[in-house]
Design a protein around this ligand. Structure first.
Ligand code: PGA
Length: 254
């Protein structure tokens, strides 16, 4: 199966017009490469307009997602956005526990778990991000910490859920730095994550993603990864020439 591509715009761009122009590039990419699955994760404030743009375009291989969601379903939680609101806005995916969000809100593993449960309850496909600052090299990967991130986040899941589900390995030192983890490291960590998922009976349901400085250059090597089902892309999501090359390389994958 071709690897799936997730584009995290983070807190960019600054105006609705820019968001719409950038999204138009993704629409044309999706139209020109119908075999590729693309998911764009814009800031909340653009979702409604981009969803209309998406509906008008008629493309089916481009979807929308959000960068976070609340731990609760509704109520007196000022500043929070619920899973159901996102779903009603045309979102199908949601990032959970991105390292930048974990740090900004000092999220505990239990709080990540609550967000995950909310995503499933609202019918959003979760993309759970894991990875630690301390994972600097293959010999220093903090496996007990990774294991805790995964097992605590995935506790008390409903016994039956039929949605897609992704676990993104994002070594924090690789995010936005231009440094990617090497393929052997990513394969080793992916294997470890699959073993952790197997202990929870989830290894068949959960796809593994890699994120951290995936761009038009690093993708040439990363596309060879066997254990990985897709990529989470940050900085290169804002540069059409870069994300078009990434998509082309993935499309050419045999
Ligand atoms: P990056 O970001 O591609 O800019 O490293 C990845 C991410 O934060 O998901």
């Amino acid at each position: 199966m071709l690897k799936k591509l997730f584009f995290n715009w983070k807190m960019n761009p600054t105006s609705p017009n820019e968001a719409s122009s950038l999204f138009a590039e993704f629409v044309s990419l999706a139209q020109s490469q119908p075999q590729i699955s693309l998911v764009v994760l814009p800031p909340y404030v653009y979702l409604s307009e981009l969803n209309q743009q998406l509906q008008t375009s008629g493309v089916t291989n481009l979807k929308l997602g959000a960068q976070d969601l609340a731990r609760y379903s509704a109520g007196a939680y000022t500043g929070q956005i619920s899973g159901q609101m996102l779903k009603n806005m045309g979102c199908q995916y949601v990032l959970i526990g991105h390292s930048e969000t974990r740090e900004a809100y000092q999220l505990s593993h239990e709080q990540i778990n609550q967000k995950l449960l909310q995503s499933l309850e609202s019918g959003l496909v979760p993309i759970l991000c894991v990875g630690h600052q301390s994972d600097k090299t293959i010999t220093e990967i903090n496996y007990p910490e990774l294991s805790e991130q995964v097992t605590t986040a995935l506790q008390n899941l409903p016994t039956e859920f039929k949605t897609e589900f992704y676990l993104a390995y994002e070594p924090v030192w690789a995010i936005g730095t231009g440094k990617t983890a090497t393929n052997p490291i990513i394969e080793e960590v992916s294997q470890f994550l699959k073993q952790e998922l197997a202990k929870l009976g989830l290894d068949k349901q959960v796809g593994i993603l890699y994120g951290g400085s995936v761009d038009d250059v690093s993708i040439q090597e990363l596309v060879k990864l066997q254990q990985v089902d897709g990529f989470l892309i940050g900085g290169a999501s804002l540069k059409p020439e870069k994300f078009k090359t990434i998509s082309q390389v993935v499309a050419n994958q045999v």
